[in-house]
Design a protein around this ligand. Structure first.
Ligand code: NAP
Length: 500
């Protein structure tokens, strides 16, 4: 890993939402913590015409808005320059190269370059090709490409995109962002699993009955209607974020905690995924689209009434599924996943449900014992809760459920860095562990494509909308578990008071 952090970061799409809300504040936090030395510079690239001063002011504004502080901000923004450039215009890359070379000299950046593509995905391939043909990647130091999701919209388009970017960057120079891999508690999955003697021995089909991953949002599609219509929940959430969490939960312990070893264990999980295709899709996956409803006392419209959405849209805003991993460790253990918009709560949680003990000696006022659960709270609260049974005070042989909680938002995490901050820092250090390797992308598209092929052929349009806004999705998502003898652990019941 790199010792020198000197680098020139070129942000393509520097006037966009992602740059303003996430990238500039994250860079500022790194600067504040001394993780960016004086040897760093940023070139913002977008079409609109802005002076350097106007651009620096917009960086300052976004830091203030996001973090409500501005200590040493003038020094920070002095490292930022702006270049007005249409990425589709082949003639303007030469000027960008000149500017990059000058800034490289000025700050002694040793030819280290990070190209961050915070732009619409159709530009990813053409930009990568130009960076090479116009000599921007021809540097003495390292060159890295950071690329936002979506990485293609199916396996074929992902292969095509990969081919284009690989003409300019090797696989080890490509940093495919999955911002869930920047989240503190997603990174914690490995530690919880591999650093605790009490979990790893039980982490298999002998002791775990099922694993549930819920990632629910209360927001609707907002202004992203055009993009979302061609994506839907399956491609937007399941192919990347949900599948990554499945891989981290299911992988074998790596031999070492190196990028290659961890990635190769994740790939082995993807290779063991049971293919779901054709007629089987309806037995394993459920799709939904939100109707109108009430969220936090506010009446909200149905998906089909959102801007830039077709009146008879077939796009799913919710997906639930049962994923089976056919290997020795996981044979027979369903991984249930669900994700959607306009649901009851904004929440991402993993529930690991352990099998019942062989014989119950204790009763909870005539009820059977509660199963042991390990709940990993990913967001908004961060922490873990272990659900155990303990004696009820004063009772005879009565047991009751007790919850042991660790809140990551407590003293240990006063300064929990934002996901993008960690990912940017990893990229500067040359640590690609928490970025997705091409093999992971390819396997997960292969899995998802088989489902979307069926959904495109058999339109659900007549039955959409099939869940009311403010609920946890369509009834069929509950039935998916009921037929296996399980139920979704209610997100609201799992919430614990994670002290701040
Ligand atoms: P956005 O707000 O629409 O910003 C797009 C940026 O691209 C703007 O700076 C725009 O500036 C620039 N641009 C557009 N066409 C251009 C061209 N031909 N040449 C040069 N610059 C051009 O998009 P965003 O929300 O920031 O998203 C960027 C990427 O991040 C997308 O791939 C998205 O899927 C991904 N992403 C975003 C978020 C998020 O929170 N926003 C989260 C996850 C992933 P000009 O109009 O001035 O050219």
């Amino acid at each position: 890993m790199e010792k020198s952090m000197a680098s020139l970061i070129m942000i393509f799409g520097a006037t966009g939402d992602l740059a303003k809300r996430k990238l500039f504040p994250s860079l500022y936090r790194l600067f504040e913590k001394g993780r960016l030395t004086k040897q760093f510079a940023v070139i913002g690239v977008a079409r609109r015409s802005l002076s350097n001063e106007e651009f620096q002011q917009s960086v300052k504004d976004s830091v203030l808005t996001a973090l409500k502080k501005d200590e040493n901000i003038d020094e920070f923004i002095s490292h930022f320059s702006y270049h007005s450039h249409d990425v589709a215009d082949s003639n303007s890359y030469a000027a960008l190269k000149n500017l990059a070379d000058q800034i490289d000299d000025h700050y002694s950046l040793k030819g280290n370059r990070i190209f961050y593509l915070a732009m619409a995905p159709e530009f990813f391939g053409p930009i990568a090709l130009h960076l090479k043909s116009d000599g921007l990647t021809d540097v003495k130091g390292y060159k890295r490409l950071v690329i936002e999701k979506p990485f293609g919209h199916d396996l074929e388009s992902a292969k095509e995109l990969n081919k284009q970017i690989r003409t300019a960057f090797s696989e080890s120079e490509v940093y495919r962002i999955d911002h869930y891999l920047g989240k503190e508690m997603v990174r914690n999955i490995e530690v919880i699993r591999f650093a605790n003697a009490i979990f790893e021995p039980l982490w298999n089909n002998r002791y775990i009955s099922n694993i549930q991953i819920t990632s629910s949002e209360t927001l609707g599609v907002e202004e992203r209607g055009r993009y979302y219509e061609s994506s839907g929940a399956l491609r937007d959430m399941l192919q990347n974020h949900m599948m990554q969490m499945v891989a981290l939960l299911a992988m074998e312990p790596p031999i070492k905690l190196t990028t290659d070893e961890i990635r190769s264990e994740k790939v082995r999980v993807f290779r063991a995924l049971r293919t779901v295709e054709g007629e089987q899709v309806k037995d394993y996956f459920v799709r939904g689209q939100y109707g109108e409803g009430t969220i936090e006392d506010e009446q909200v419209p149905k998906y089909r009434d959102e801007p830039m959405v077709e009146k008879d849209s077939n796009t799913e805003t919710f997906v639930a599924g049962k994923i089976m991993i056919d290997n020795f460790r996981w044979a027979g253990v369903p991984f249930y996943i669900r994700t959607g918009k306009r649901m009851t709560r904004k929440s991402t949680k993993i529930v690991v449900q352990f099998k019942d003990i062989p014989m119950n000696l204790y009763y909870q006022t005539e009820k059977m014992l509660n199963p042991n659960l390990l709940v990993i709270h990913i967001q908004p609260e961060e922490g873990i809760t272990l659900h155990l049974n303990a004696k009820k005070a004063g009772g005879h042989l009565d047991a009751q459920e007790v919850k042991l909680s660790f809140a990551n938002t407590g003293i240990h995490a006063m300064n929990t860095p934002e996901g993008y901050e960690k990912l940017l820092y990893d990229c500067m250090r040359g640590d690609a562990t928490n970025f997705t390797h091409w093999d992971e992308v390819a396997y997960s598209w292969n899995f998802v494509d088989k489902i979307s092929e069926v959904w495109q052929k058999t339109k659900a349009a007549d039955s959409f909308p099939n869940y009311q806004s403010g609920t946890m999705g369509p009834k069929a998502a509950d039935e998916l578990l009921e037929k296996d003898g399980y139920f979704w652990w209610p997100v609201t019941d799992l919430e614990v008071d994670m002290c701040k």
